[in-house]
Design a protein around this ligand. Structure first.
Ligand SMILES: Nc1ncnc2c1ncn2[C@@H]1O[C@H](COP(=O)(O)OP(=O)(O)O)[C@@H](O)[C@H]1O
Ligand SMILES: [Mg+2]
Length: 329
């Protein structure tokens, strides 16, 4: 019997547009001879399934079921293709856990911790992974820009602590520009992370587990174009960056990054495919972890699909591995 897979996409944040692109690639590459795939769009208006004829039906949240062609459909597993909240921060994971529906991503706790950039670097640091020095601000008790400036060395990166896709983020070179950057980040989130800049080459790498074995995919080096201060939204999604996969880098550096990536996957008890961002700091000759993306982009232009294909693997086989892993967990 074919398994019913819910391909869950959309979301409540600005990242929804990216989620739809991710879901398109996954839908095109999920093996239709093994799975019945139903794309479910969770957005601010509701939870919907759209039939091929364009008819929208509402998902029953009591058991995550839907009616298609007059038949009630229940799911064997959910493939989460939803960036940002509620697909990347543990909320859907908690919902699926209560319904005992397996899913392709990390569990609720790991998703929630990694989605909070500050808690993620704190746990990584405890495990011996290098991370940038930072200050964590809350909107209910914000520190002044002067207090932050007194603690950290410039330049700094100011980010919404729970954001993604570089929305609301700034690079700040001197104290005078700090307050407006903090205000901009607070417009996106009620927590803000101010982080010292790590100098060095930037790498990002996909990691997944299948049948008990962790695989670190080939590294990608990312370089924002010269007119970009960092790997921002335009650099990421509007082509203003160069990405090299596999990265052209010495084995010594690549190996340090792979060792760190594997350790992070284990320490955070990750599941499914994740992508970890690093800066390799030349001065200390060590990779610094920036963040963990537990629902990495899977659009045709995204990094994880490039890494998978650079091994000569098909996306179809790769997504099958991820679904099979969810079904046995
Ligand atoms: N501490 C830092 N040092 C140097 N570059 C950084 C730092 N933090 C962020 N960046 C740059 O900004 C980009 C986006 O930051 P990141 O923390 O990965 O957030 P996002 O969720 O938006 O991808 C990174 O890919 C990197 O180019
Ligand atoms: Mg990132």
């Amino acid at each position: 019997m074919k398994k019913n897979i819910a391909l869950v996409t959309g979301g409540f944040s600005g990242e929804a547009v990216i989620s739809y692109r991710t879901a398109t690639t996954i839908a095109a590459n999920l093996d239709a001879s093994v799975y019945n795939v139903y794309k479910i769009d969770i957005n601010n208006e509701g939870w919907f399934y759209e039939t091929e004829s364009g008819q929208r039906t509402v998902v029953d949240k009591n058991d995550f079921s839907l009616i298609a062609d007059g038949k009630k459909i229940l799911f064997d597993a959910a493939f989460i293709a939803l960036h940002g909240t509620p697909g990347e921060d543990g909320k859907l994971q908690g919902y699926f856990d209560t319904l005992k529906i397996p899913y392709t991503s990390c569990d609720a706790a790991s998703s929630a911790i990694t989605f909070n950039k500050r808690y993620a670097v704190a746990v990584a640091k405890m495990a011996g992974i290098s991370v940038a020095r930072s200050v964590h601000l809350f909107s209910h008790s914000p520190l002044s820009a002067a207090e932050v400036a007194a603690t950290l060395k410039f330049p700094v990166f100011v980010k919404p602590n729970n954001g993604g896709s570089s929305i609301g983020m700034s690079k700040v070179d001197e104290a005078g520009a700090l307050q407006s950057a903090i205000d901009k980040a607070f417009a996106e989130d009620n927590q803000v992370l101010v982080e010292e800049m790590v100098q060095g080459r930037e790498f990002t790498v996909g990691v997944f587990r299948s049948k008990g074995e962790i695989t670190v995919l080939p590294l990608t080096e990312v370089r924002a174009h010269a007119d970009k201060a960092f790997f921002d939204f335009e650099a990421k999604y509007q082509g203003k960056s160069d990405e090299t996969t596999p990265a052209v880098v010495s084995e010594d550096i690549a190996d340090k990054i792979r060792v760190a990536a594997r350790k992070i996957y284990e320490v955070f008890n990750l599941r499914g495919v994740v992508r970890i961002d690093f800066i390799y700091e030349e001065e200390s000759a060590s990779p610094f972890m920036l963040e963990i993306n537990t629902i990495p982009g899977q659009s045709v232009a995204s990094i994880v699909p490039q890494q998978v294909q650079s091994l000569g693997w098909s996306l179809k086989d790769f997504y099958t591995k991820l679904v099979e892993e969810a079904l046995v967990s």
